[in-house]
Design a protein. Structure first.
Length: 742
């Protein structure tokens, strides 16, 4: 199809060139014939005519034939002038088409520049999409790592819970840890849901980006096809321009019409310049809007909007291609009209050749008539009057011919002016329609630009929301990592404490075994020293002591599980004495053993032995109490470490807020006299407690620069109240300064 268009355009150019050459040759021949006829008339007028009676009918007949031929030549000249006007109209149309082709070339250049800009923007959007994909992969890897850490933390929590169940005194702390663990599990579940939703969103965005890439590839193929078609059209337009240049060079004879056309063209150019200025203003406005759009697209991903813009541009290119095809069809129609005119020109040429032959014949006849006239002048002088009459008639005919020529010229000029006016009107109408269409297109582009700006604002809002969600997720991931590290430290500390407790239990078991062996030795010594009655009483006392020591051992076992603070405090008074007595126990036992061999009264020996056994029992009890105190202190240290780590994890878990969100708080202690009151501002991050003590329940964690409403102060603590009806809280007095009074 494109080859057919190219051949048609070449053929139309060739026909236009041939038509121009034929018209130029016909006009030249017509001018030559006119000059010859004028010379002939001048010769006839200057030459004396002798009267002759014989040649009068032939001369009259030849004059009538010449008049008829002159009328025919005038009609042919009028037809040729009309054809020349039609050719000038065709030339004007071709010049209009040339101007439109130049405008189309300018528009194609602008569209190419816009396409390059859009391609650069699409490359930037593709880079951002790649960055988003990489960030998504990194987040997924981080999520898997965090899940593993969470599983490890859950196992560590379970081990810590199993270790915490062994201590009865840490029931309240274990309950708090259980609440914290449940809260962590809820937060972990929330994080898992948020991560799933983020993965769904990322999958959706990935699908959208794939669709955008497919659209972009399709648009690129369409644009390449349109560019190829535009290149073919530009080549065809160049060929047409060459043909038009040849025609314009060959039609140089119509300078006056061309000058008029140039004057009209100058007017049209001035109007076109004005329209171009308006278009430039609109283009500047569009450029400003496009600059704003470019700045907005640099901040965010606008691949969908750019693809829509490319689709619109391809649609405009298609419209322009359709317009060019319509112009080519018009040129083809003009070429067809020229091809239809070509046989007429050939007929005119043949008629000119025929007329030339007739003129030759007439010249021959004129020569013959001249000879006959000379003979007739010599023979007859009577034909002079008739010749004068004929000359008068010829003068009248000449006058009539001149009048007809002037009328024909006036009619041609009027027709030319009318054609010029009509062509101007059509050109003005076309230009007005084009300008109206251009204004409509510009308004549509402005509305589309506004819509694109709104769409970009919406995309910016969504991007900000996604960035905020990503930041929150990163903060949650960082917090979970910190919690996992804290739980790992707590697990290591609990394992160390468990190891120490196991060592203490082993030492306690060894001491119990030694105590049992000492009791067995005492019984055997008492059995040897005393008789049967004293042995019975001693056995009764020994059984009571054994019962007491057994109860003491059971109590120690029970305190190893519960460790109440009252027993630990009451027994801290006697560890040194117990240790000294325990260290002196072998010496005392040796003295008792030697005393058993000294001859004395049985009662004194029995009483001394009973008193020694009682002392040994008290010493063993003191040793057991000392071990219980040591175990209690170790358990207290363990609980303090766990409570401090739980406080740190709670502080790290809570986010900074303007007003803290209070959980059910414990009741504050008994208030002292009213202290500081007013509006305070925090100067460093701090923690809000449920009471004026660091062992109280943690409510929230706030950052620096937060304004608080303080209603009271006591013992270095500030009591704060919320204006929204939340429970009160307490912070350290050194963490805030007063900036105003209520």
């Amino acid at each position: 199809m494109e080859q057919a268009y190219s051949w048609l355009i070449i053929f139309s150019g060739a026909t236009i060139v041939l038509l121009g050459t034929f018209l130029f040759a016909a006009e030249r021949e017509l001018g030559n014939k006119r000059r010859e006829f004028d010379e002939f008339r001048r010769e006839q007028a200057a030459r004396p005519v002798k009267p002759s009676t014989e040649g009068e009918p032939a001369d009259a007949h030849s004059a009538a034939e010449l008049i008829a031929k002159n009328t025919e030549l005038e009609t042919e000249r009028a037809a040729l002038s009309t054809r020349l006007g039609e050719s000038e109209k065709a030339l004007a149309k071709l010049q209009n088409v040339q101007f439109e082709n130049r405008q189309l070339q300018d528009t194609t250049d602008n569209l190419k520049n816009q396409l390059e800009i859009s391609e650069s923007r699409l490359m930037e959007s593709a880079g951002r999409v790649q960055e988003a994909v990489e960030l998504n992969a990194a987040l997924q890897s981080e999520i898997t790592r965090l899940k593993q850490q969470l599983t490890e933390s859950e196992t560590a929590i379970e081990t810590l819970q199993s270790a915490a169940r062994r201590a009865a005194k840490a029931q309240s702390e274990n309950q708090e840890l259980g609440l914290e663990n449940r809260r962590l599990q809820e937060e972990i579940a929330k994080l898992g849901r948020q991560l799933e939703s983020n993965e769904e969103r990322l999958n959706a965005t990935a699908g959208q980006h794939e669709e955008i890439a497919e659209r972009h590839a399709q648009l690129q193929t369409d644009f390449a096809e349109s560019m190829r078609q535009s290149d073919v059209l530009t080549a065809k337009n160049k060929e047409l321009l060459d043909a038009l240049d040849a025609v314009s060079n060959k039609l140089a004879a119509s300078e006056k019409n061309v000058e008029e056309f140039r004057a009209t063209q100058n007017e049209e150019r001035s109007e076109n310049k004005q329209c171009q200025r308006e278009n430039d203003d609109l283009n500047e406005q569009l450029e400003r809007t496009r600059v704003q759009l470019g700045e907005s697209t640099k901040r965010a991903q606008v691949a969908a909007a750019q693809n829509e813009k490319l689709q619109l541009e391809t649609g405009e290119l298609k419209q322009q291609l359709e317009q060019r095809q319509a112009a080519i069809e018009e040129l083809q129609k003009a070429a067809m009209r020229l091809s239809e005119i070509q046989p007429e020109l050939q007929t005119v040429r043949l008629e000119n050749q025929r007329l030339q032959g007739e003129l030759e014949e007439q010249r021959v006849q004129l020569h013959s008539t001249e000879t006959r006239l000379q003979e007739s002048t010599r023979k007859n002088q009577e034909a002079s009057d008739r010749c004068e009459h004929l000359e008068a008639e010829v003068g009248d005919y000449k006058q009539q011919l001149e009048d007809s020529h002037s009328k024909v010229r006036e009619i041609d000029a009027a027709q030319q002016r009318l054609a010029n006016v009509e062509s101007r009107e059509t050109i003005y109408r076309e230009q007005q329609e084009k300008l109206e269409a251009l204004i409509v297109d510009l308004e549509r582009e402005l509305s589309e630009g506004k819509n694109q700006v709104q769409a970009l604002d919406e995309t910016h809002q969504r991007l900000r929301e996604t960035e905020r969600v990503c930041e929150e997720l990163a903060e949650e991931n960082r917090r979970l990592g910190e919690e996992v590290s804290v739980w790992q430290e707590r697990l290591a500390a609990s394992e160390e404490n468990q190891r120490q407790v196991n060592l203490l239990r082993q030492q306690l078991d060894e001491l119990r075994n030694e105590h049992a062996r000492g009791l067995d030795g005492n019984r055997r010594a008492q059995d040897k020293l005393t008789g049967e009655p004293m042995a019975a009483s001693h056995l009764t006392a020994g059984a009571g002591g054994a019962t007491i020591m057994q109860s003491t051992a059971n109590t120690n076992d029970h305190t190893d599980e519960r460790i109440p603070t009252e027993i630990a405090i009451s027994e801290t008074k006697s560890p040194d004495n117990g240790l000294v007595e325990t260290l002196g126990d072998p010496m005392h036992f040796g003295s008792g053993d030697t005393a058993a061999g000294i001859p004395a009264a049985n009662e004194k020996e029995a009483s001394s032995l009973v008193w020694a056994s009682v002392k040994r029992k008290w010493r063993v009890g003191a040793v057991a109490a000392t071990l219980v105190v040591i175990a209690g202190t170790v358990a207290m240290v363990f609980l303090e470490t766990t409570s401090s780590t739980s406080e740190e994890s709670a502080v790290a878990r809570e986010t900074r807020t303007e007003e803290y969100t209070a959980a059910p708080a414990a009741k504050p202690r008994v208030k002292a006299t009213p202290g500081l009151q007013g509006t305070f501002e925090t100067i460093r991050p701090t923690t809000v407690y449920g009471g004026p003590s660091e062992n109280a329940e943690l409510i929230a964690s706030i950052g620096a620069g937060v304004k608080l409403n303080v209603v009271d102060s006591s013992d270095g603590w500030l009591e704060i109240r919320s204006k929204h009806g939340r429970p009160p809280g307490y912070i350290r007095q050194g963490a805030a300064v007063r900036i105003g009074q209520n």
